[in-house]
Design a protein around this ligand. Sequence first.
Ligand SMILES: [Zn+2]
Length: 352
Amino acid sequence: MINSVTAAQAYHSCNKVENHTIIDVRTLEECARGTPKNAINIALENINQLAEQQLDKNHHYYFICQIGIRSKLACQQMLSLGFNNVYDVDNGFNEWQSQNLPTITPKTNQRDLRYSRHHKLSGFGRTAQKKLSSAHVVIIGAGGLGSPSALYLAAAGVGIITIVDDDLVQLSNLQRQILHTTKAIGSPKVESAKNQLSALNPDITINPINQKLNLENSEHLIRQADVIIDGTDNLSTRYIVNDTCVKYKKPLIYAAVYEYEAQISVFDLRTTNSPCLRCLFPQSDGFEPENCSTVGVLGVVPGFAGILQATEAIKIITKIGEPLTNKLLVCDLLDNSFRKIKYIPDNQCNHH
Ligand SMILES: [Zn+2]
């Protein structure tokens, strides 16, 4: 026999008496849209497991769902577990709302929901998610590489993303730089980036730096980061980023694209004998390889490379998998040939 109460009765009892509590047994997704104020959210499927661990047989529990079906099932389960002080809230949250009883939209639930697929992922879970939320990634360049890496890192919940670029959005960027929209043409790329990334995930901090990375600002920008993503398109800036990462022992994620080909590598400069960009591509004075603006590039190619950069950043932050250290991954997207080329520190490189 299940004791039934009205929504108003449940509200008044739980408001007045210390050891009376409402339990909302709807899913996290439903509770995130609104749940009775001061209610605990335990989805019906978890009642059996959590009741024994977390609930107290001397306490009074009022079960609520949307219309009053799941709450009855919860009461039955509780009774069979030996909890006697349980009540079913008749007509559920529908009735609660129609009586204008107080509700809240719980923040923690929303965060849980946002990252629920990470939480469920074996080998990842809440532990890795926490590491992401306390990480700081600096992305140099809000262009073809920086666009997808910034979007995915923001979506993944990286706590602070600093994005450095001094360009304005141009029409010819939009074929590949998916952070920016047609409306943003003429505005600073970092401003457009901040708008898009904050809209995607308002719970993280986006730090837009409307400057070109140079010898003066590189130390200040890079020393505070946990991981640096090189999304630039010119070698001279790449060398500055590299040398600063060597100096401050930061992991640097490199990518470059050429027509239909992408190259990705990780210089994990936290380790003293890890090779750097100069070991892989020694500097020859004044040499600049051709970039997108001179030879063209298929729009998806930097997209692909940027996503791999984001993936490597997530792996490094959460310490999962095997990062692309000491290896250059070369991907020809025309025929899907992927090669991993091993390289070692260059004895001639004096940047270590
Ligand atoms: Zn080196």
